[in-house]
Design a protein around this ligand. Structure first.
Ligand code: GLN
Length: 199
């Protein structure tokens, strides 16, 4: 089977690191900025950055409803940090009305934006991660946490008792940024999810 084509939403945020991580994990990776590019990919990564800015740009570029529709139709996706926030079905502390982060509904969960950020701006730690043999070194930057998960959602990791990594079907989300460390295991897990979804 040829490598799956994975897009990285490139409206704002740390796009380059995800492109590199996906390629190292065995996928073909391209940037996605417009509707036609979204239509062409097998799966999508939503990077870290600022979820309110990304929401605004998704609306401006007329990508919000097409992206919601693809997720509703089962497109595999992975979101880190701001990407996790956007993949949620409900967002707490979403931001100023009119400029707020908008949920795309890829995972049945409630996420609190900037949850860890209220305590410390950024921190790092080693976390046990379901499906990986050794702990993952996790970098958190004004990170969200997950406050509620639906019955179809598997919790993959916790930090200080808060849920920080989840999966529902072929949609994965982490509060932290594996693209910023050299460790490609989370991206490799996602690429395997995409491949089994396409099979
Ligand atoms: N706090 C940011 C947001 O609300 C997320 C931070 C990040 O992606 N590193 O989108």
């Amino acid at each position: 089977m040829s490598a799956p084509l994975v897009g990285v939403l490139a409206l704002q945020g740390d796009t380059r690191e995800h492109l590199a991580a996906l390629r190292e994990a065995g996928a073909e990776a391209v940037t996605v900025r417009r509707r036609s590019e979204l239509d062409a990919v097998d799966a999508l990564v939503i990077p870290g950055g600022e979820s309110t800015a990304m929401s605004h740009l998704l609306r401006e570029f007329e990508m919000l409803e097409p992206l919601r529709a693809r997720l509703a139709a089962g497109m595999p996706a992975y979101g880190s940090c701001a990407g996790m926030i956007l993949l949620a079905s409900e967002i707490n502390d979403a931001g100023t009305p009119g400029r707020e982060a908008l949920p795309l509904g890829g995972i049945d969960m409630t996420v609190r934006r900037n949850a860890f950020g209220r305590q410390v701006d950024s921190f790092e730690g080693d976390l046990d991660f379901v499906g990986l043999d050794d702990p993952v070194h996790a970098v958190f930057i004004r990170a969200p946490w997950v406050e509620r998960v639906g019955s179809e959602v598997e919790v993959l990791a916790r930090a200080a008792d808060h849920i920080v990594a989840v999966r529902q079907g072929a949609v994965l989300a982490t509060s932290f940024h594996p693209e910023m460390t050299g460790d490609r295991r989370v991206h490799a897990m996602f690429v395997r999810l995409v491949e089994s979804h396409l099979r």
